[in-house]
Design a binder for this molecule. Structure first.
Ligand code: HQG
Length: 176
């Protein structure tokens, strides 16, 4: 299995379906690295400590973090499982960007951005990153979010370990 497949495997079990291999995440999304390796290998996905370290280090988006004591790993964002990242609320820049596909625009204009299966709506501080996120879904389009105004109106924003801005939902009136 190459590093990309291993990284996708980590995204699956650390963000969405830990139960698929019997992995247990704690309330903050951390998994024991030893347990992860044992369970992965038991279900036929070869994974070693050094391979995990290499994925964490080389992931283009810095998707995963290893705990300070080196025993645990978690995904920095993107979860659908109900865990608390325990990020402090942060004041966002005046504008943030969300990349999506053109086919979603009508629905987004009507009901705003919702987090779909994930815990948060994901926003980028630059348009280029947002465009890449959108192109995963089809013909990309970048929406501007009036995040400064949202924050003044009481909406909370967080920034993940890897620099992705997160908020619960974006009502349509804050979108351009
Ligand atoms: C869309 C990747 C219709 C939304 C990325 C998006 C990101 C609506 C899709 C992270 C809607 C959900 C997350 C509405 C939102 N009607 N469609 N009202 N509101 N949508 O994958 O933001 O590579 O759950 O626009 O880089 O694309 O996995 O979210 O198109 O950071 O590390 O519903 O995943 O990171 O799609 O991506 P997703 P996303 P990784």
């Amino acid at each position: 299995m190459n590093e990309v497949s291993q990284s996708k495997f980590l995204s699956l079990v650390l963000r969405h379906k830990p139960e698929e291999i019997g992995l247990v995440l704690d309330q903050n999304g951390w998994a024991s690295i030893d347990q992860l390796i044992a369970l992965a290998n038991a279900c036929g996905t070869n994974l070693s400590r050094s391979q995990i370290e290499s994925i964490v280090e080389n992931s283009d988006k810095k998707r995963f973090a290893i705990s300070a004591d080196g025993t645990k790993i978690r995904a920095n964002q993107g979860h659908s499982v109900d865990i608390a990242l325990e990020l402090p609320p942060r004041t966002p820049p005046e504008r943030l960007y969300h990349g999506t596909a053109t086919r979603f625009l009508d629905s987004i204009r009507e009901s705003g951005l919702h987090s779909a299966s994930r815990q948060h709506v994901h926003l980028s501080s630059d348009q280029g990153t947002a465009e890449k996120v959108g192109s995963r879904h089809g013909k990309p389009v970048v929406l501007t979010v009036e995040s400064g105004q949202m924050a003044r109106d009481g909406h909370l924003f967080y920034i993940s370990e890897n620099g992705v801005w997160l908020t619960e939902a974006v009502p349509a009136k804050y979108l351009n």
